[in-house]
Design a protein around this ligand. Structure first.
Ligand code: PA5
Length: 466
């Protein structure tokens, strides 16, 4: 089977959508802008600001991750990842795409590999609930933080370190691997001080673009994902995204069409996989698209307050939830489907009630057929109502196709940064929130941030609370 992901954008075009669509002339007309964005992308890449683009082409991280993962097999019952945002979402998405939902529950599936827990929040109730299932001696903790300063991950570190010390004594450091910047940051200092095993997040790769570094590769390999094929798939897509002909380059075409639709008022980008396994890819993409493209200033430092809003939905479930709004509500959305052509496991719907036509028509078909029919019907209903939608068609979910999808969406996001003329690699808004948190939690040097919050909250503090 041809395992190449395809991009179907028929339902974005005027041929099917009339005035609500994009015309070939519009796409052609944006050629100059697209060429500028392309030059910008390669200039940034040349300046070491787009190092994610070279990840599939290097095997350094693959080797390091495989080596460590091999040591874990049979040794640890559980692998706990501590990290947040870009340090967690990619792993969660790919694990969910490629491993069965019952992975943690079924020893036969794991074949000696550890259960995987990605703790990407600091909700104490969840943290306690997970920890109560684990034994320190049989647990490997993988702390992931590129900056090494994120308050959530640092707090998790202090908490789990104490738990490891309690459960394993002086040997606690043997049960921890830290994935962080090669040289800078507090976590790198702690690695040296405690003599912890470590992996590297390359300096030129930002958090949300880092899933193909040891950030994602190690925990995924430890959980049995074929990371070599994942990277091969990414590399296959990398070659496609190098095509300067935008009509042959799905990443550029996707970015350009989303950009043009944004200018026409479609400011919301809904990603809607028709596959439970791919649902969390939409979660990962939501962060990638939002944090990369939502910016106050453009590359000339002019205030633009721009950025499409990503939303996630699940087919067919959300046909019975959000779809009504998408079809009849404001014309502010473009929908991106993730469609699977062949499900890895399918179920034949049993035949019964031959005389009741309203149910017997389903007998003998498969659930996969039903889901595909729902996806096609939804795409059609949207298009008929002039609602732009497009599809990434995935022949079958596999490490190779998931690698392609990840790389395609990363490249499209970076390229969209060029079209929106903003820096897709920074996150100044998030950093601002982080500084207020430091202040409130008493971190030295951030006292003025605490004072600022308190002064702000004191304003009319009782007036609007009921
Ligand atoms: O994409 C990003 O840069 C962010 O989402 C980070 O991944 C997130 O804030 C966590 O940062 P760090 O890995 O430095 O702890």
């Amino acid at each position: 089977m041809n395992n190449r992901i395809r991009f179907d954008y028929n339902n974005l075009m005027t041929d099917r959508l009339g005035a609500y669509g994009l015309s070939p002339a519009e796409l052609e007309g944006a050629g100059k802008l697209a060429a500028q964005a392309s030059q910008w992308f390669y200039a940034k890449h040349g300046a070491g600001k787009m190092d994610f683009f070279d990840l599939p082409d290097t095997d350094q991280h693959l080797k390091a991750s495989l080596k460590l993962a091999a040591k874990c097999k049979g040794k640890y019952h559980d692998l706990v990842v501590l990290g947040i945002g870009g340090s967690a979402l990619g792993t969660i998405a790919i694990h969910s795409a490629l491993n069965p939902a019952s992975y943690n529950l079924d020893k036969k599936i794991r074949q000696g590999r550890p259960r995987l827990w990605v703790l990407d929040n600091v909700d104490p109730e969840k943290l306690q609930a997970v920890l109560s299932l684990l034994k320190a001696k049989r647990t490997l903790v993988n702390l992931i933080s590129k900056s090494g300063t994120t308050a959530e991950t640092s707090a998790q570190f202090l908490w789990i370190r104490q738990w490891l010390i309690k459960g394993t004594g002086r040997d606690w450091s043997k049960n921890m691997v830290v994935t962080t910047d090669p040289a800078g940051g507090i976590m790198r200092q702690i690695v040296s001080r405690e003599k912890l095993a470590s992996l590297e997040v390359p300096s030129g790769v930002g958090g949300r673009f880092s899933v193909l570094t040891p950030v994602g590769l190690f925990p995924l390999a430890a959980a049995g994902v074929d990371i070599k094929s994942l990277l091969d798939g990414a590399n296959q897509m990398r070659k496609t995204t190098l095509n300067e002909n935008p009509w042959r380059n799905p990443a550029r075409l996707y970015a350009l069409s989303q950009y043009l639709l944004y200018q026409k008022g479609c400011r919301i980008n809904v990603m809607m996989p028709y596959s439970d396994s791919l649902y969390l890819m939409a979660d990962w993409f939501r962060q990638l698209w939002a944090e990369s493209l939502g910016k106050r200033v453009d590359n000339q430092n002019q205030t633009v307050e721009t950025g499409p809003t990503p939303i996630k939905a699940l087919g067919a479930t959300d046909q019975h939830s959000q779809l009504q709004l998408y079809i009849e509500g404001p014309r502010d959305k473009a929908i991106t489907f993730l469609m699977v052509e062949k499900f890895r496991n399918d179920i034949i719907i049993p035949r019964a009630y031959p005389k009741i036509a309203d149910i017997s028509y389903l007998g003998g078909k498969t659930f996969g057929q039903l889901l595909t029919a729902e996806a096609r019907a939804t795409a059609m209903a949207l298009a008929k109502n002039g609602r732009p939608n497009c599809s990434f068609i995935i022949p079958e979910i596999s490490p190779r196709t998931v690698g392609q999808l990840v790389f395609l969406l990363e490249t499209a996001t970076a390229y969209a940064g060029g079209l929106f003329d903003i820096n897709p690699m920074d996150q100044p808004g998030v950093e601002e929130g982080k500084r207020y948190t430091y202040g409130l939690m008493g971190r030295a040097g951030f006292e003025n941030r605490k004072a600022e919050v308190e002064k702000f909250e004191a304003r009319n503090s009782k007036k609007y609370i009921v």
